[in-house]
Ligand binder design. Sequence first.
Ligand code: FEO
Length: 170
Amino acid sequence: MKNAVETALNQQISKEFFSAYLYLSMAAFFERLSLGGFAHWMRLQYEEELTHAIKLYDFLVDNDGQVELQAIAKPPSEFGTPVEIMEAALDHEKEITASINALYETAAKENEYPTQIILQWFISEQAEEEKQVGDIVAQLKMVGGDGPALLLMDSQLAGRTLQAETDPAN
Ligand code: FEO
């Protein structure tokens, strides 16, 4: 595997772990706001990010790449209102999308075909994640300061499962 691609894949692994860490911190903050459904949703997001990191790790191992794990930065522990938290999550996902796209460009430039194939899964996944988080932001804006509507949303988010999202066929 070409060096530039291997380095970028290792960096992406740490970004996925940081995403997990960020969402776990957001989950804890939602618990403090007594919004258990949002906290549950974020905690599943944390688990999903771990699967992203491991997918890239396995890819490196299986393709003769060298895994070199990086430091994971400390995420914030204080956030704002529910809409501000979800907006921060959306901004973060957009940064991850840009990072995946840049990684794809590097893989294409270096003619690293297997890397391009696995990154196509990530490109689709990013579109899905941005859509999911974007919908929650839009709904929170509709809810505004309406407490009962926020609690209804909270109970809906409490029903999220990862089963379909992490199906190995996906
Ligand atoms: Fe692994 Fe949310 O991107």
